[in-house]
Design a binder for this molecule. Structure first.
Ligand SMILES: *Cc1c(COP(=O)(O)O)cnc(C)c1O
Length: 481
């Protein structure tokens, strides 16, 4: 028995690297990340994946370890090269963020110490830090001290938690679902409908509220629809608005929608995954006016706070409802609530064991202060406006709405060409080129190009480069077509 244990111990102790090994691992890791960061301005933003993308299967998990150099070279060639490079300032597609370096330090430290941030008792410091960060967010959007929140892995999970909380707040039972009405626009992010489905609410009624010409919810139509539904004995329940839509960056009239919600007794959830943090900038603050009137909202630090992927947040104005919807041990936690003790993430989210996400957010905010974030957000808004003005001078272009926050939409309409085909070709050429990455969307059947200025590494140079590439590809295509 002892013999066997000793034998097993000698092998299992390999899980703890020696000091010498740690030194080597750290040095090589730093070297790799330094090489990456040193070259970030020159490597492509998009690499067409080659067909040998399945190489991971050629390195099966087995009893044979391989050395770190081999692993890093595999990573470089097969993981960190093909596809989009989200760390590049040339990433102007979808909603980028960049992945700020200081967060990597936070992740490293959080993983080494492995603090358990699920329950206050287990790690009071880690839980307090996360709660403090949520307090900070609540303050910037204007929520009262009675709010509750959670640092999540991203916007989709945050939306799901917001919707589950709204469901519990209204005590929606299966028999109510088919008569309960959700109000949203066709520009709402698809994660809302996904969340409704996951939350068992796919059979509720979705009323798509008409929008104005800027893709913002029409509040009169919203109120009319609620009145009609009440008259038809339906149960108006939830309004989902957007603080920055993914397609065009439209901010719904949040304050007016808040008014409609409270007059009619509905829950108002704001999806601010992309846009809410722009409230830190002077221009954004005006545009986002009214967020504080909502009942719940979400915001993604991995978008407009530039963190690496895996950082979202959900805030609920009344923490009791969030707790009611997510806690798991009523007796014990009720005391905690009464005594006004620190709430634990495990009681406010579906997670129990969780990543200590707070550190990757707290560290950059502390090491840099909040001013560079504010400046960067204002810069992104101004860069989008700059791009919009520059695009005006392009030939045969149709510009979308004036940028609300930091997204610009447009399409080319050269005479005698099918515009959808032409713009599709444009995006393909831009992807083949790879210096910058742009994405497209379909708006009212029109194939539309987007410039999303959200990465902290996107500055004037990157926008000028994108504009130059657009001009160049347009000229080439118009000849070929
Ligand atoms: C990105 C986005 C989401 C989804 O967030 P994830 O973090 O990608 O899960 C939801 N709503 C809007 C408006 C978004 O831009």
């Amino acid at each position: 028995m002892i013999e066997k244990l000793k034998q097993l111990e000698s092998i299992s102790r390999l899980l703890e690297p020696s000091k010498t090994d740690r030194d080597i691992f750290i040095k090589k890791t730093v070297q790799y990340s330094e090489n990456f960061l040193d070259s970030i301005a020159n490597i492509p933003t998009y690499n067409f994946p080659k067909d040998d993308i399945n190489k991971i299967f050629d390195l099966p998990i087995s009893s044979t370890p391989i050395n770190y150099d081999e692993v890093l070279s595999f990573l470089k060639n097969n993981v960190d090269t093909p596809g989009i490079n989200p760390a590049s300032g040339g990433h102007l597609g979808y909603i980028p963020g960049g992945g700020i370096f200081h967060s990597a330090l936070g992740d490293y430290l959080a993983a080494v110490t492995n603090r358990y941030a699920g329950v206050y008792f287990a790690s009071p410091g880690a839980v307090k830090m996360e709660n403090y960060l949520l307090n900070w967010m609540a303050e910037i959007i204007g929520y009262p001290k009675t709010f509750g929140g959670n640092l999540t892995s991203g916007g989709s999970i945050s939306n799901l938690m917001g919707i589950v909380t709204a469901r519990e707040a209204f005590n929606l039972k299966p028999k109510h679902i088919e008569k309960s009405v959700v109000y949203l626009t066709s520009q709402a992010h698809h994660s809302i409908e996904k969340a409704l489905r996951i939350a068992g609410l796919k059979d509720c009624i979705k009323h798509f509220v008409p929008m104005d010409s800027n893709y913002k919810m029409n509040v009169d139509e919203l109120e009319k629809s609620i009145k009609n539904d009440k008259a038809s004995k339906l149960k108006p329940w939830l309004i989902v608005s957007s603080a920055g839509t993914t397609d065009v960056g439209a901010v719904d009239p949040l304050s007016d929608i808040g008014g409609v919600a409270s007059r009619n007794g509905l829950w108002h959830h704001i999806d601010g995954a992309y846009g809410a943090f722009f409230v830190l900038s002077e221009t954004g603050k005006e545009i986002l006016n009214g967020m504080e009137k909502s009942d719940s909202m979400i915001m993604d630090p991995h978008k407009s706070l530039f963190l690496p992927y895996g950082s979202g947040a959900v805030l609920i104005k009344d923490k009791e409802v969030l707790y009611k919807a997510h806690h798991y041990q009523a007796g014990y936690m009720q005391d905690a609530l009464e005594k006004n003790e620190e709430l634990s993430p495990a009681d406010l989210s579906p997670e129990l064991s969780k990543h200590f996400r707070g550190l990757r957010l707290w560290l950059p905010l502390k090491l840099l202060g909040v001013d560079p974030f504010k400046a960067a957000l204002e810069e992104k808004i101004q860069l989008a406006r700059y791009a919009y003005e520059k695009l005006k001078d392009f030939e045969n272009i149709e510009l979308g709405v004036y940028p609300n926050l930091s997204l610009v939409t447009f399409r080319f309409i050269p005479p005698n060409f099918n515009p959808n085909e032409f713009n599709k070709k444009m995006i393909e050429e831009i992807h083949k080129d790879g210096r910058v990455f742009l994405s497209s969307t379909l708006l009212n059947g029109k194939f539309t190009l987007r410039i999303a200025v959200v990465s902290f590494r996107t500055h004037l140079n990157e926008i000028d480069l994108a504009l130059e590439i657009l001009k160049e590809k347009y000229k080439q295509l118009i000849k070929q077509f």
